[in-house]
Write a protein that binds this ligand. Structure first.
Ligand SMILES: [Zn+2]
Length: 141
C-alpha cells in the first residue's frame, strides 16, 4: 500500500513501515475509568464529565497547541502510506513504504517491481507516475 509522494533528502533515514514520530502527539490523556458512555455529561467527579483525564493542565495545553511535523523536504522521492482520520485532514499518521530514490521514474519502477498496491490494486509505471504527480504530501500546502 502506498498513496502519497514525499520529497525527502537523499540520506533521509526512517525505517520503512514504522510510524513517523512527527505525526503522533507526545502529550496524551487517558480515558476516564470512572465513567462510560452512559454517564451524563458533567456528572463524573473524576473527569468533570469530559471522559478524559489529563496528567496536568500543562500537558492538556501542550496537546492542543501541538501540530504534526513533516519529515524535512529534500531532493529524493519516496512513497508513503498515509491514513487520514478526519474530514479536514488534520488527524493522520503514516510511514515510508519505499526506499528514497533520486528520480520519480526509479520510484515508480520500484513500486511496480515490488508489487506495491494502491487502494488494493496493482498499478503500471504510468499509473504510479500519475498518482505521484501532485504536490508532495510533506511540502507546504
Ligand atoms: Zn469520568
Amino acid at each position: 500500500m502506498a498513496n502519497f509522494l514525499f520529497r525527502v533528502s537523499l540520506d533521509f533515514e526512517w525505517p520503512i513501515g514504522e510510524l513517523w514520530k512527527g505525526y503522533s502527539c507526545p502529550y496524551t490523556c487517558r480515558k476516564c475509568e470512572h465513567c462510560n458512555s452512559a454517564t451524563v455529561s458533567g456528572s463524573c467527579e473524576f473527569c468533570n464529565g469530559e471522559g478524559y483525564i489529563w496528567e496536568s493542565d500543562e500537558i492538556k495545553k501542550l496537546h492542543y497547541a501541538w501540530r504534526p511535523s513533516h519529515p524535512p523536504s529534500g531532493e529524493g522521492f519516496q512513497a508513503w502510506e498515509i491514513e487520514v482520520f478526519d474530514d479536514r485532514g488534520e488527524l493522520y499518521e503514516g510511514y515510508p513504504e519505499s526506499p528514497v530514490f533520486s528520480t520519480l521514474k526509479e520510484l515508480c519502477e520500484w513500486c511496480v517491481v515490488n508489487k506495491i498496491t494502491h487502494m488494493d490494486a496493482l498499478l503500471s509505471k504510468a499509473q504510479w507516475s500519475g498518482i505521484f504527480s501532485g504536490k508532495p504530501f510533506n511540502c507546504e500546502f
